[in-house]
Design a protein. Structure first.
Length: 254
């Protein structure tokens, strides 16, 4: 059904969304003054909106620290959102199977609004492990998952993203040369996988592969682990597994 789009947005809703958008992984809790500063809204307006959101469980208030955080309602809605994707259900099945074989952290990422977004993971049970949070955003060229996603974009898109997000040096092994980066993307396309040693985090190795839908890049996933507990033989075994599973997942969702 065609919608009427020539209408004005609701100002109160815009302001409420502006408030909930200021919370992040880096700052999951904020005081009233911090929220006012970040939104540039009137203090009284912010306070009233926060109270309304709190009553509906979209915001939680900690009386001991005097800080606000996102409420349980977002967690509930996130579950509804995730369950609506048939692709995610397929990926979940294979991640569980893969996790039973490797016991290292597995991350899945997609590109959203020109950023790398972690959409799923399986946590290693090892005492020594590497991880990240679902929902965390990174530059599109970040880590093995970002490079894999960018490898299958058009040349025009690759250059656009590199201009918007220049390469950064995270460790001594980070790729900071544009030409080396482009050569790396070419090898990913040729091999169908990528292995990186300490490119974004010191002491961490990653092995990843692409997931396709309708012959286009849909997501990337990979195994990340401390290099100290990954032998060359295990890295090779993980490579074979991610390549095999990437083909199976792509076949099932494509």
């Amino acid at each position: 059904m065609k919608r009427e789009v020539n209408i004005k947005t609701v100002r109160a809703v815009e302001r409420a969304l502006k408030i909930v958008s200021v919370f992040s992984f880096e700052q999951p809790e904020l005081t009233l003054s911090e929220i006012v500063e970040k939104t540039n809204l009137n203090r009284t307006t912010v306070y009233r909106l926060l109270y309304t959101l709190e009553q509906k469980r979209f915001i939680s208030y900690n009386a001991d620290s005097g800080t606000y955080s996102l409420g349980i309602k977002f967690f509930e809605l996130g579950g509804v959102f995730s369950s609506n994707f048939s692709e995610k259900n397929v990926i979940d099945i294979y991640l569980d199977k893969l996790m039973s074989r490797v016991n290292h952290t597995i991350l899945v990422a997609r590109l959203f609004n020109d950023e790398l977004l972690y959409i799923d993971k399986r946590e290693s049970r090892n005492e020594l492990r590497v991880t990240s949070e679902i929902g965390r955003r990174r530059p599109p060229n970040y880590g093995i998952l970002g490079k894999i996603l960018m490898a299958y974009l058009s040349e025009k898109e690759i250059y656009r993203l590199l201009k918007k997000y220049p390469l950064k040096k995270y460790t001594e092994r980070s790729i900071t040369s544009e030409q080396v980066f482009l050569d790396t993307l070419k090898r990913i396309r040729e091999n169908g996988y990528y292995i990186a040693h300490e490119e974004t985090m010191k002491g961490v190795v990653g092995i990843g592969a692409p997931i396709f839908k309708n012959k286009s890049i849909y997501a990337s996933f990979g195994i990340i682990a401390p290099k100290s507990i990954m032998s060359d033989q295990e890295i090779e075994e993980c490579k074979e597994l991610v390549v095999r599973y990437s083909k199976m997942i792509s076949s099932d969702i494509g």
